[in-house]
Design a protein around this ligand. Structure first.
Ligand code: SAH
Length: 237
């Protein structure tokens, strides 16, 4: 008798949570744990020390930005395929590039290479306005869906050749390029505010590139060589 009652209570609870959306929205504890581990073991132990960046990395559900097939590996220390021959960057590289941008809450940032939309979500946790450009239309549409599901309202996406930036919303306080050109696109330099920062991998295809931090100071550009990196190439339309 007691068992029967218990059964009814359990079923009723499950039904109620399905209807209230809890069961559909709650993430599996294994993802929560994997994300925590990622922050502790891959970011804090390296040179990621900006608490705001660490918080964002600890909050955004990276597994929601890769296909189900790869979700178990979403928090591992390497990049993952996202289709169309493209990849979502290794968590450490996302954190490092974000930290270098030194975003303030009221700034405007441009990303070139939306890919999965994950980096855009991290940026959206840190600043008011995020603009992101992706050359492959299908990826832009998929990213838009993932970002909508996560209820981001401060990200604008468009499908175009990001070499030209996004003039309509320029100038930007910060620009992050997540595909590697062979030289720094002039339009991006023009669309950077005075005092603005740009993080960009530059170098030949299929080999190591150099990650640069650029700071615009009046008419001058300051270059800081950060590290060797490996990115997919910035393709042209
Ligand atoms: N930031 C992404 C990963 C980027 S992978 C993420 O968080 O998932 C690099 C992306 O740059 C790819 O999706 C690729 O299609 C895109 N890309 C390459 N050349 C481009 C260009 N000229 N303009 C805009 N996007 C480009």
């Amino acid at each position: 008798m007691l068992q029967e009652r218990l059964k009814i209570v359990v079923i009723a609870t499950i039904v109620t949570s399905i209807f209230s959306g809890q069961l559909l929205l709650a993430e599996s504890p294994k993802f929560t744990k994997a994300r925590k581990n990622m922050v502790q073991k891959q970011l804090r132990t390296r040179n990621i020390n900006d608490e705001k960046v660490l918080n964002a990395m600890g909050k955004v559900p990276r597994h929601e930005f890769v296909s189900k097939f790869y979700s178990k590996q979403a928090y591992d220390d390497h990049p993952l395929p996202i289709g169309h021959g493209q990849t979502i960057s290794q968590p450490y590289i996302v954190a490092l590039m974000t930290q270098l941008l030194k975003l303030k809450p009221d700034e405007k940032v441009l990303e070139i290479g939306t890919g999965s939309g994950y980096q855009a979500a991290i940026l959206a946790e840190l600043t008011k306005e995020v603009y992101t450009v992706e050359i492959i239309k299908e990826l832009k549409e998929k990213a838009e869906k993932s970002l909508k599901k996560q209820e981001y309202k401060n990200i604008k996406l468009k499908s175009a050749d990001g070499y030209y930036g996004w003039k309509k919303y320029a100038p930007f306080d910060a620009i992050i390029v997540t595909a590697a050109p062979e030289h720094i696109p002039q339009p991006l330099i023009q669309q950077l505010k005075d005092g603005g920062r740009m993080v960009i991998p530059v170098g030949p295809q299929g080999n190591y590139q150099t990650l640069w931090l650029l700071e615009k100071k009046g008419e001058k550009l300051e270059f800081h060589n950060i590290s060797p990196v490996m990115f997919v190439p910035l393709t042209r339309q």
